[in-house]
Design a protein around this ligand. Structure first.
Ligand SMILES: *Cc1c(COP(=O)(O)O)cnc(C)c1O
Length: 230
């Protein structure tokens, strides 16, 4: 039998990171999927550098941040080989800075932001990969287009604004089983011929992988609990 771990077995590495990768690979295999088709986004927001450094040193290359300023400060001078993904809401007045900082923006969530990004991208010749956030639970406090608006918004981004959409992203309601939300996101992606699915966090990434996640966003299970507010 081949090893289920997608990294060299001789590497010195933090236990939590190795454990998450192993659980991801097992979940992928159980679903009949190739483990290499699922990316781990290590959510480094609000984490001290001492927690991040060993994971980075072990070989983790994809990191998620939810605030532009915080990410810029944390990763200044440390970007070599690192892919940064924005997973928090983006204000239009920070769009230009976000475009310069992030390789992937996962929170394209409204027409005004799409128009702003399209305009800035034209001037800057930057082409970050884009994910549309879908508010699958239609929660008032959460960002994202509703499932009912998603098809039109995707079409608007592609056809009117000429934005390439790599994937969809969701954060299910904390109080509900996440499975139906992941399945709904996968269904919207399928009918729009979108291949990327950013879904699943510390508590539910295995369920998300079973339902087609191509990227899972794991913070606390990897680095430990974050300080206070979120
Ligand atoms: C903070 C955050 C995560 C990570 O959450 P954990 O439960 O700590 O894994 C994932 N996705 C988004 C959008 C986040 O803001």
């Amino acid at each position: 039998m081949t090893s289920p771990t997608p990294f060299p077995a001789d590497l010195e590495r933090p236990g939590a990171w190795a454990d998450i990768l192993k659980r991801m690979a097992l979940a992928a295999r159980a679903a009949g999927r190739d483990p290499r088709a699922v990316t781990l986004t290590a959510v480094s927001k609000q984490q001290p550098w001492e927690a991040i450094a060993p994971v980075l040193a072990a070989g983790q290359a994809v990191f998620g941040e939810n605030r532009v300023q915080e990410a810029a400060a944390r990763w200044a001078g440390r970007r070599g080989g690192v892919e940064l993904r924005l997973i928090g809401p983006l204000q239009t007045n920070k769009a230009r800075e976000a475009l310069a900082l992030f390789d992937v923006i996962e929170t394209l969530d409204r027409p005004r932001l799409a128009e702003c990004l399209a305009k800035e991208m034209a001037g800057l010749a930057l082409r970050p990969r884009l994910y549309i956030q879908v508010n699958t639970g239609e929660e008032a406090q959460k960002a994202g287009v509703t499932p009912g608006e998603a098809d039109d918004f995707i079409r608007h981004c592609r056809d009117r604004l000429d934005l390439a959409i790599e994937g969809l992203m969701c954060i299910p309601p904390a109080s509900e089983p996440p499975g139906p939300h992941f399945a709904l996101l996968a269904k919207i992606a399928r009918r729009n011929a979108i291949s990327g699915l950013s879904m699943g966090m510390s508590a539910d990434f295995e369920i998300a992988i079973a339902l087609g996640a191509t990227a899972v966003r794991v913070g606390s299970a990897l680095f430990g609990a974050r300080a206070a507010h979120d």
